[in-house]
Design a protein around this ligand. Structure first.
Ligand code: 1HN
Length: 361
């Protein structure tokens, strides 16, 4: 077999390497680079993420959250939030590769001033009762376990007229929007936006299994912006009687936009699941890294496989994150557990990228 002299193996390898290096330097001057040096890192056989599994016990961090309340006001901070930073991506303000999460504190009497941005946000109430958020001219009072949406480019401000601190988890598509270079934002001229709708209007109008007769879908985000936990919990409690348990998820529901049947938010999928007492889940993995927030009960999640497996023991108000394609299984030995979660699944699905697998496949 004849070979091109320049890649003749009889030449010393180091000679070839030197020639290649010189070549790479030369083409670099033309803003060119050799794909063959990077191809195997670009197109890998399965996800290998910088995102690491991580767990935040609320009891370990609550004092530090409250300390932030003594060090800076919500108004000065604009948003007084401790970022839940993935330990595999320090300094990058992200909990997964595509999503941001943080814990926001709002004290009695405080206001977080009105602004809007292209990033979509969710709030998941972790502690407290009676604080409010206003979105697009409507106020909603928030309770533990409520899932609230701030759609892209809607004015939003928060306040706390209750007599207790409120802490919620923020989930935003910041890294996703950053990757697309389409962050826009602006401040509202006053702290609070004017209210144009009665409290509860959206839930009544769009969240009662009905829609206004002439409703037209103009945005991908759900017109319901507070999904009260009371209703979600009741759905799970009624459905459990059917005893149709999923081997991996127990009883898991997804929040939907009632006007489209799609996910409630276009970029973030949101879920609530019930793990009944004694649940010993089968192994599961999916390509959407997922953030979990425990609403009720205790349990543990086995993360990873073999010697690398970790056990995350969790209880009420704890947060944990499972990276893309890392196998895990949930266990709830001591009682019922209810767990909220979110991920970029809707984005992966619309792009035809999403995958899941069950068991040890
Ligand atoms: C934001 O607007 C909020 O409105 C919370 O409460 C967290 C993190 C980054 C950028 C904007 C909020 C945020 C945020």
């Amino acid at each position: 077999m004849t070979q091109h002299p320049s890649i003749d193996r009889t030449q010393t390898d180091s000679g070839v390497m030197q020639q290649r290096k010189a070549y790479y330097d030369r083409i670099g001057q033309h803003k060119l680079a050799p794909l063959w040096e990077v191809l195997h890192g670009l197109v890998i056989p399965q996800p290998k993420s910088a995102c690491q599994p991580a767990l935040w016990h609320y009891a370990d961090i609550r004092d530090e959250i409250m300390e932030a309340g003594r060090l800076i006001t919500a108004k000065e901070a604009e948003r007084r939030v401790l970022i839940l930073e993935n330990p595999g991506m320090p300094g990058q303000s992200r909990i997964t590769t595509s999503l941001y999460a943080g814990l926001q504190l709002i004290l009695p009497g405080e206001v977080a001033p009105s602004h809007r941005h292209t990033q979509s946000a969710l709030r998941f109430v972790v502690e407290g009762s009676g604080a409010f958020t206003a979105v697009d001219g409507e106020k909603t009072i928030m309770e533990e376990g409520d899932f609230i949406i701030t759609p892209s480019w809607t004015w939003h401000d928060h306040g706390n007229d209750s007599d207790r601190p409120m802490v919620w988890m923020d989930g935003l598509d910041i890294p996703l929007v950053q990757a697309l270079d389409c962050s826009f934002s602006e401040k509202f001229p006053e702290d609070s936006q004017p209210l144009s709708k009665p409290t509860g209007d959206s839930l009544a109008r769009y969240g009662a299994g009905l829609l206004p007769v002439d409703h037209e879908v103009t945005t991908p985000t759900s017109p319901v912006f507070n999904y009260p936990y009371r209703r979600t919990r009741e759905a799970l409690e009624t459905m459990r009687r059917a005893e149709q348990w999923d081997a991996c998820h127990g009883l898991k529901l997804q929040y939907v936009n009632p006007a489209t049947g799609q996910s409630a938010m276009p970029t973030i999928g949101t879920f609530m699941q019930l793990l009944p007492k004694g649940f010993d889940g089968a192994t599961y993995r999916s390509s959407d890294a997922t953030v979990f927030s425990v609403v009720e009960g205790t349990g543990h999640t086995m993360v990873g496989e073999g010697d690398a497996a970790q056990r995350f023991d969790w209880g009420k108000r704890d947060t944990f994150v499972i990276p893309s394609w890392v196998p895990y299984r949930h266990v709830a030995p001591d009682g019922d557990a209810v767990v909220f979660s979110f991920s970029d699944r809707p984005v992966q699905k619309v792009l035809g990228l999403w995958r899941e697998s069950r068991g040890n496949r």
